[in-house]
Ligand binder design. Structure first.
Ligand code: MTE
Length: 317
């Protein structure tokens, strides 16, 4: 497949939103001499201007639901390394340095090593994939990710027959990540998948959103997206990948094992101990939007249910 330079509908929308906001800011006196005054809105614009366009091809599996706006996707985030408030990551991650970046690959594989970010994405065709994004806190979005199947990357490291799980780790750098100076979670953030989940073609190593490089607050330069699992499995700013024999511990499971399990499959029938998972609120729909029913495996049951054949999903939440 060859990369294309198609114009996507959301690019047109996001460009016109951008212009409208600029006009609004100019009228409101927030653009001074062509540059932007320091304000929360101005920060959004500069974040938008800093990220490069990516060459992509359409990926399989996209939902035809309307994606959330760039604004929703990049200002309402969970990235506790930059604070626990939803807007903290976009406020506090703007200066986060993501180049040069390398990833250490270790464990049960024939090609361990330290790989540069450029080596990692180099051979992969970048695909647009519009996925439902369901957070454990019962809100959701639709996100046009850019990435490539994680399995294609993992195969390059030649995992051996002992590799039953894959463990991922986020950067640990309290100088840059103010949230890591507090023990909100055990740092660095870690996540894990079974090898079958990691190799599933829906599982994405995302490097962009809306046809542009990932903004820092969304996990630059690369993060996981596993659309049938709750968003917390989508570990951001990955620096380590390890193939393991045993099921690895994961950050949220270690923090609150009764509330967050290893699997974290979206399941409307299995409630979080403190709230129902049967319905979800779509971000960006306005104050009076009704919650909508949550779908089993976030609507991806046809593709992934077989991965859990015979597994008790109540016990293995
Ligand atoms: N990765 C790291 N390193 N730190 C985090 O706090 N939060 C998780 C996940 N990945 C998190 C993380 C949670 S709880 C969610 S819902 C998603 O990121 C949010 O991704 P988004 O901000 O791109 O929507």
């Amino acid at each position: 497949m060859k990369p294309t330079n198609r114009i996507r509908s959301w690019e047109i929308t996001s460009e016109s939103n951008y212009k409208n906001r600029r006009e609004f800011l100019r009228d409101a006196g927030l653009i001074i001499g062509g540059s932007l005054a320091a304000s929360a809105s101005a920060l959004t614009l500069s974040a938008q201007a800093n990220v490069r366009d990516l060459e992509t091809v359409p990926g399989p599996y996209s939902t035809d639901e309307k994606p959330n706006s760039w604004e929703d996707i990049t200002t309402y985030n969970n990235f506790y390394e930059f604070g626990t408030g939803k807007e903290d990551p976009y406020r506090n991650a703007q200066e986060f340095v993501t180049r040069p970046w390398s990833v250490k690959v270790s464990g049960e594989c024939d090609k361990p090593g330290e790989y540069d970010f450029e080596d990692i994405i180099g051979p992969h065709t970048l695909e647009d994939r519009v996925y439902r994004h369901r957070c454990v806190e019962a809100w959701s979005m639709v996100v046009p990710w850019v990435g490539f199947p994680l399995g294609n990357l993992l195969k390059r490291f030649a995992p051996n027959s002992n590799a039953k799980y894959v463990r991922f780790k986020t950067l640990y750098d309290p100088k840059q990540m103010p949230g890591q100076r507090r023990a909100v979670l055990r740092w660095p953030y870690v996540e894990g998948l079974t090898i079958a989940e990691a190799m599933h073609p829906l599982t994405l190593m995302a490097v962009g959103v809306y046809g542009k490089e990932l903004p820092n607050q969304n996990g630059a330069p690369m993060r996981l997206v596993i659309p049938w699992k709750y968003g917390f499995k989508g570990i951001k700013s990955i620096v380590e990948i390890e193939f393991t024999k045993r099921q690895p511990g994961t950050s949220w499971e270690m923090a609150a094992p009764r509330e967050y399990g290893f699997y974290a499959n979206v399941n409307p029938e299995v409630d979080h101990p403190r709230w129902s998972q049967a319905r979800e609120r779509r971000i960006g729909g306005g104050l009076f939007t009704q919650k909508q029913p949550t779908l089993m495996f976030n609507g991806y049951a046809d593709e992934v249910a077989e991965l859990y054949a015979g597994l008790n999903l109540r016990k293995n939440y």
